[in-house]
Design a protein around this ligand. Structure first.
Ligand SMILES: Cc1cc2nc3c(=O)[nH]c(=O)nc-3n(C[C@H](O)[C@H](O)[C@H](O)COP(=O)(O)OP(=O)(O)OC[C@H]3O[C@@H](n4cnc5c(N)ncnc54)[C@H](O)[C@@H]3O)c2cc1C
Ligand code: FES
Length: 281
């Protein structure tokens, strides 16, 4: 009898490559295999290059647009470096989807506040576009997004679209005084400052909003402090954790934090859950 092999990847063909920033590319992929690919925003895949290795990458597309899968990948090392060298028509191996995604059904009717930093917008973009594609099912949508510089803002097409919609509110900012401060920033007519400076401007309300955060560790730390000070309950703040991973399916123990496996019990956790995990953040 044939059994499903969870480690067996499927072939996906690269149909489009978008240069988001100098070191982030978005790959739009079409599946060549036969298994339908069903996923939730917040889940991740393991993408591999034979002979080089695998990398866990969040899905940035939304299941409401099922014709393709999108992954936004920052070049940081061996596998991601080789992925950046691929061209349209090349084939990559993908297994998954894995992990616990954002609870998009439980979020129905909620007023949502998204806080993202840098490439941390990738998993949140999946939820934001999911919510926008089912707009009537959700309450207010506020997106706060910060990047180091204009060049580091990812998904500029989405940002332009979200900024033009009247049924949501996008506030974007770039850090001031960073090393890469260039002529481009001088042309940036948006806000300047770290993402938490947008808190006072966005009229967030801890009694009403449910907050979803993703970004670099330092941003999450400061954002959490600001949200707690504003009165948000830990059960109403949801974030994602990153850990080194191997199997992605709760077998190897590489990603554990105490009794939890980030690959299986996460990567999406409420702050209430995280507060019970020693040194999770
Ligand atoms: C659930 C999950 C979702 C992720 N989603 C994305 C995404 O959407 N886009 C994206 O660009 N990256 C994402 N990452 C990070 C990505 O997996 C790593 O950057 C990648 O595995 C590095 O592989 P590499 O072979 O290119 O680098 P390596 O040569 O293995 O390492 C290069 C550097 O990256 C560090 N590194 C490797 N793996 C991780 C990791 N898991 N977390 C933090 N640092 C790491 C290494 O310590 C080293 O400093 C995600 C990680 C997890 C766990
Ligand atoms: S990556 Fe193997 S247990 Fe999580």
């Amino acid at each position: 009898m044939l059994t499903h092999n969870p480690y067996k990847p499927q072939n996906w063909e690269i149909k489009k490559i978008i240069d988001e920033t100098p070191d982030v590319k978005t790959f739009r992929l079409f599946q060549r295999g036969v298994r339908p690919f069903i996923y939730k925003p917040g889940q991740f895949v393991e993408i591999s290059i034979p002979g080089a290795g695998e990398a866990p990458i969040s899905i940035t597309s939304t299941p409401t647009r099922p014709d393709y899968l999108e992954l936004s990948i920052k070049k940081t090392g061996k596998v991601t470096g080789l992925l950046h060298g691929l061209s349209m028509g090349d084939v990559v191996n993908i297994r998954g989807p894995y992990g616990r995604g954002f609870p998009v059904d439980e979020l129905k009717g909620e007023d949502l506040l998204f806080v993202a930093g840098g490439i941390g917008l990738a998993p949140l973009r999946s939820v934001i576009n999911y919510v926008l594609d089912r707009r009537a099912s959700y309450g207010e949508v506020i997106v706060l997004y910060g990047a180091r510089s204009y060049d580091d803002l990812v998904f500029k097409d989405d940002l332009a679209l979200w900024g033009s919609r009247r049924d949501m509110n996008l506030l974007a900012t770039v850090d001031a005084g960073c090393d890469e401060w260039s002529d481009r920033e001088e042309g940036w007519c948006g806000r300047v400052g770290v993402v938490t400076t947008l808190f006072s401007e966005c009229k967030m309300d801890s009694a009403r909003h449910l907050c979803l955060i993703c970004g670099p560790h330092i941003m999450i730390k400061f954002a959490l402090a600001g949200l707690m000070e504003a009165g948000f309950k830990p059960s109403r703040i949801i974030t994602t954790l990153e850990r080194m991973m191997k199997c992605g399916i709760g077998k190897c123990g590489h990603c554990n934090i105490g009794p939890k496996y980030v690959c299986q019990d996460g990567p999406v956790f409420t702050m209430e859950e995280i507060s019970r995990l020693y040194e999770a953040l």
